[in-house]
Design a protein around this ligand. Sequence first.
Ligand SMILES: Cc1ncc(COP(=O)(O)O)c(C=O)c1O
Length: 415
Amino acid sequence: MPDLDLGWARAQFPALKQEVNGYPAVFFDGPGGTQVPQRVIDAMRDYLVRSNANTHGAFATSRRSDEIIATAHAAVADLLGCDADEVIFGPNMTTLTFALSRALGRELRAGDEVVVTRLDHDANVAPWVALAERGAVIRTVDIHVEDCTLDMADLRRQINERTRLVAVGYASNAVGSINDVAEIIRLAHGVGALAFIDAVHYAPHASIDVRALDCDFLACSPYKFFGPHTGVLYGKREHLARLRPYKVRPALEELPGRWETGTQNHEGLAGVAAAVDYLAELGRRANPAAATCRAALLAAYEAIRPYELGLIQPLIAGLLEIPGLTFYGIRDPARFDWRTPTVAIRLAGHTPRELADFLGTRGIFTWDGNYYALNLTERLGVESSGGMLRIGLVHYNTAEEVERLLGALRELTLT
Ligand SMILES: Cc1ncc(COP(=O)(O)O)c(C=O)c1O
């Protein structure tokens, strides 16, 4: 198993050097957005200094812009395992998903069905629920409340010959459960439906292969995997070419241009390519034999995944020992393969906001509330009382930081 070079990785992220009230900052807010390596900052700055222009012009900065945007498409194609023209950039996953739902809506007929879940972020719910305006029937798959996993028996019940789309998350941004998306895509295709995968929470933690999955669409957000605030939509070429996106007439008809209508965040795309480059270098450090960019990216995740699993163990074991703590999600170590290092808790006597406030004064950054996984917080009955406290780790976090969090929470239960 290749090892993660933690010292090198942490040294890449200047933000990790911050302090709060004399405490080194602990970034457990990754599911809301990760920090960026220096090369991302440099790439964005360089773009603005050397290449800042609109696209397809007959002069140097415009040509450099075209090249940088093409590089970003190629980089994300390596990350997802697809072709560069199947990668669509946009401001964020939510906006791209609404754009796709509007285009898909043009193909739907009254009575067609769309399947969403109670585990998902609302960005993978609301755009599809909006299709009810065009006569679509929306079906919602339930969860197992005891471990916050998707109820696959219910999913099988909800999919039928009228289903046109199944929209499901690769992993939950609230509780970290990973879904068996390969099986879900198979079930969707079994009835002739399309499968849309929200991989926003999954992408920083494990590798993605859209061809092996055979998903029709997959979305993710580079700002959750060490890049700037941008969004990505993968679509199978046949769908991207067939569907009619809402676009301005002069915008290109060929892929990916017909979906990238309007001016993109060019400096952001320069940063996206640099974020992928960071991951590839992490991979090459773990496995110098990785010959291609894709191989290096796979090697990066082969190093990231076991390292993160090594943090999940002490984090969850320590949390479960704290008196008055309610834990939401998979807690059985034998099933940790089905979770990311994102956990959600409540602590008796404190609202999630009070917990986040307290930890914040110790320099530990966590999120409270619903993080837009509204179906889930409502289903768990915590929405009206402040949601949950989310502790979300990525590979730049450390065992020592986990221990600091546990110590702070233990201290709080004693006061
Ligand atoms: C699982 C998941 N899906 C979708 C989104 C929305 O992504 P974006 O902010 O790029 O619109 C988020 C953001 O938190 C998320 O965590």
